[in-house]
Design a binder for this molecule. Structure first.
Ligand code: G
Ligand code: G
Ligand code: MN
Length: 291
C-alpha cells in the first residue's frame, strides 16, 4: 500500500508536469498501473503470471543447451499484458523483487523437472538493476538454490550492461557474490550501454549477450558484421561465452556460426513458449528442427 501511494504520488507529480505542458492528466494510466499493483499478489498465487521459455542453441553442436525465462501476465479481463508494460511499473513501486523471486522459483522448479526427464539444460532469469546488489534478495535466492540442489552453473542471471555501469565497484562486488553461489552472470543487451573496454575487462561475468540491434543486420550491414565479429573475438579473449540474440533467419544463424559465436537465440531457433511446449520441443529433436 505504501508502495502504491508512493507510485501515485510520483505519477501525480509527473501528471502535474504534464498538466503544465498539455493541460491534462492521464488518470486512466495511473488507475491502470494501480490496478495492476493491486492484483499482483493474487495473479502470482493463481498462476496468471507464468514463465515462457525461449531456447538457446549451442551453435557448434546444434543442441538446445539452455533457456531464458521471460515472464508473462495473462490477465483475467484484459488478456495478455506485455512485460514492457508491467515490469517498469513494478520496478517503480518496489515490487520487482517479489515478481523476480516468483519467476525464479518457477524457473528452478521447471529446470529440476527437465533435469529429471533427462534434459539437463540451464535456465536464465532477467534481474533488474535495482536487485543486482540487493543483499536481502541475493540471500533469498541463495536459500532457493539450496532447496533445489541444481548443479553449479545451471542457473544464469541476465543483467543489462547499463545496470552494471551505475556503480561499477558495487556491481563488481555484487556479481562476485552471485558467482560464489554457483550462478552464472550474463551481460544482457551488450553493445547498447557504451561501457569501456577497461570496464568490461574488470566485470566478473561468464557470458556476453550481443544486443539484437547488432545481430539482426549482420547479413546486410557489413560494418555491423565487423562489430559483431570483433566483439566475439574480444569476449573469447576475456574468457566469456558469447550469445547472439534476435536471430530471425538461417542466413544470420550461419553467419554467426562461421564467426565462432557460441550460443544463438531468436525466433528462427524458437519463440518463447510455456514449459510443457518446451519439453515437447526438446523431445522433438535438436536445433532448428525443434523450432
Ligand atoms: O518477450 P519479451 O517481450 O518477453 O520481454 C520484454 C522485456 O521484458 C525484455 O527486456 C526482458 O528482459 C524483460 N523481462 C522478461 N521477463 C523478465 C523478468 O522476469 N524480470 C525482468 N526484470 N525483466 C524481464
Ligand atoms: O532484453 P532481453 O534480451 O531480455 O529481451 C528479450 C526480448 O527479445 C523478449 O521480448 C523476446 O520476446 C524478444 N525476442 C527474442 N527473440 C527475438 C527475435 O528473434 N526477434 C525479435 N524481434 N525479438 C526477439
Ligand atoms: Mn534477457
Amino acid at each position: 500500500m505504501v508502495a502504491n501511494a508512493a507510485l501515485a504520488a510520483e505519477q501525480a507529480e509527473e501528471g502535474s508536469e504534464l498538466f503544465r505542458h498539455f493541460g491534462a492528466i492521464d488518470t486512466g494510466e495511473i488507475e491502470w498501473q494501480l490496478s495492476l499493483l493491486g492484483e499482483l499478489d493474487q495473479a502470482m498465487a493463481q498462476g496468471f503470471l507464468w514463465n515462457a521459455y525461449q531456447p538457446k542453441l549451442d551453435l557448434a553442436s546444434g543442441r538446445i543447451v539452455s533457456v531464458e525465462a521471460l515472464v508473462r501476465w495473462t490477465h483475467g479481463q484484459r488478456g495478455p499484458i506485455r512485460p514492457d508494460e508491467f515490469i517498469p511499473v513494478l520496478e517503480k513501486a518496489g515490487r520487482i523483487r517479489d515478481l523476480t523471486l516468483h519467476v525464479l522459483e518457477q524457473a528452478l522448479d521447471d529446470a529440476l523437472a527437465w533435469d529429471r526427464r533427462g534434459y539437463p539444460i540451464g535456465v536464465a532469469v532477467n534481474v533488474s538493476a535495482a536487485l543486482l546488489a540487493d543483499h536481502g534478495f541475493i540471500e533469498r535466492v541463495g536459500h532457493m538454490l539450496l532447496s533445489h540442489r541444481l548443479p553449479d552453473g545451471r542457473v544464469t542471471i541476465e543483467v543489462t550492461e547499463t545496470a552494471t555501469m551505475n556503480a561499477p565497484d558495487h556491481a563488481v562486488a555484487a556479481l562476485n557474490s552471485w558467482r560464489a553461489m554457483g550462478v552464472r552472470v550474463s551481460i544482457d543487451d551488450y553493445g547498447t550501454g557504451q561501457s569501456s573496454l577497461g570496464y568490461l575487462q574488470r566485470l566478473p561475468a561468464d557470458e556476453l549477450k550481443i544486443d539484437m540491434s547488432f545481430v539482426r543486420t549482420i547479413a546486410t550491414d557489413h560494418r555491423n558484421a565487423i562489430m559483431v565479429r570483433s566483439t566475439i573475438a574480444l569476449a573469447h579473449e576475456l574468457g566469456l561465452k558469447v550469445v547472439a540474440e534476435g536471430i530471425e533467419d538461417g542466413i544470420c544463424l550461419e553467419a554467426l556460426r562461421e564467426m565462432g559465436c557460441d550460443i544463438g537465440q531468436g525466433y528462427h531457433i524458437g519463440r518463447p513458449t510455456d514449459a510443457d511446449s518446451l519439453l515437447v520441443a526438446l523431445r522433438g529433436g535438436e536445433g532448428r528442427e525443434a523450432a
